[in-house]
Design a binder for this molecule. Structure first.
Ligand code: IPE
Ligand code: MG
Length: 226
């Protein structure tokens, strides 16, 4: 979800107003996803590298997140949306963790749409943590080096273990990079880049990206005809 800052600056507004408008775009995206029948969406809200930003901006992003959960959770729940969190709990303060945990717990049985908030998320951090946990689990089971490591064994320890791999990855605001986002999960994702700034991303933008996705032939390393 890139471009909140540029959206604000170009209008003479503060960056935090850009993030607020970005949250409205999340509302629209959830509505559109339900209408279009998508079953999983992941949102890159705050990366393990975003801590490099000024503390005032970090605070405004987390305050917005708390406000987002407080004001939207009931409608999210009523509409059958499951909230999922991907990311490290380290460095997140108690208030933020409590809000996230509450939202995740309240919506855990919902089936219509899963919205995966990637918050304090970084793929490298996730893969290091998963490797560490594989090691600890094998140590407990006393099978440390007995069998080669398989994909499934590692995937159990990813934040996304209950989610399918990424089919379509959308990056807004004209940048063409992954920025440490779902690297393992996007191994065969179709990559869609648009100049639209995140706060301007709407149902029409989503439909356009899905129409583009429909034109792709997915081969997963195989040949076109299977
Ligand atoms: C993305 O918008 C949102 C977050 C990282 C929370 P940016 O804040 O990166 O916006 P630009 O890149 O400065 O326009
Ligand atoms: Mg940016």
């Amino acid at each position: 979800m890139d471009g909140n800052g540029r959206w604000a600056t170009s209008r003479g507004k503060s960056r935090s107003e850009g993030h607020r408008e970005g949250a409205r775009a999340i509302d629209r995206l959830m509505d559109a996803s339900l209408e279009l029948g998508l079953s999983n969406i992941s949102l890159y809200a705050f990366s393990t590298e975003n801590w490099k930003r000024p503390i005032t901006e970090i605070r405004s992003i987390f305050n917005l997140l708390i406000e987002f959960i407080e004001t939207r959770l009931d409608t999210i729940h009523e509409r059958g949306i499951r909230i999922h969190h991907s990311g490290s709990r380290k460095r997140l303060n108690r208030k933020v963790l409590d809000k996230i945990d509450f939202a995740v717990d309240k919506t855990k049985k919902n089936k219509k749409l899963t919205v995966n908030f990637c918050l304090n998320y970084g793929s490298r951090d996730e893969l290091l943590k998963a490797a560490q946990e594989v090691f600890l689990q094998r140590k407990r089971d006393q099978v440390l080096f007995e069998k080669p490591l398989k994909e499934k064994e590692l995937e159990k320890f990813l934040y996304t273990s209950t989610l399918p791999p990424v089919d379509l990855l959308i990056r807004t605001a004209g940048e063409q990079r992954l920025s440490n986002f779902l690297l393992w999960q996007s191994a065969y994702a179709e990559l869609y880049f648009t100049d639209i700034l995140w706060p301007d991303f709407d149902k029409k933008s989503l439909v356009e990206s899905l129409q583009w996705y429909e034109t792709r032939t997915r081969k997963f390393g195989g040949l076109e005809n299977g």
